[in-house]
Write a protein that binds this ligand. Sequence first.
Ligand code: HEC
Length: 160
Amino acid sequence: MKRRLVFVAIGLAAIFGVMQLVPYRVSNSPVKQEPTWDSGRTRQLAVAACFDCHSNQVNTYSWEKIAPLSWWIKGHVDSGRSSLNLSECTQGGGESDDAVETIREGSMPPGYFTWFGLHSSAKLTSAEKDELAAGLQATLSGWNCGDDDEDEDEDEDEDD
Ligand code: HEC
């Protein structure tokens, strides 16, 4: 009985070890183009609350690099970046409304991001949220930081 448990434990440890070898984790590519920030303060708030999922300057805790958690985070950052990447903006367009709305509605940053006191700098006070929303509104008008393909296809906006 005891020996069996030892084998199971070794097996699990081996699987866990192999999981760490899967090359699927968050990586940061070089910053291409940030929008022209209306103020340093707006950028500072965005870095605190948005950059960990919507930029090429994602910071992760060291324990978040451990699979399988790292896979989940990678998937999340990929989907966040594909809707909004503040490191890959192009001039023209202007889609500030989405980002501003998510902050006002409280859907961004996602609640789970600040659970258990994690990422505490992203837990904005309501005054800071107002500041960030207004700042992003001013900053992003005239900039396109979303997924270009999405804008071209436009098929996801047809909800009639
Ligand atoms: C913990 C990761 C994370 C953080 C931090 C975060 N987002 Fe997101 N965001 C996502 C993900 C994942 C998606 C895409 C899937 C979805 O809509 O939930 C997304 C989608 C969006 C979208 C697309 C529209 C929408 O509602 O789906 C906007 C705009 C957005 N985020 C803005 C922001 C802003 C502004 C901040 C900072 C105040 C922020 N996000 C912080 C993960 C994050």
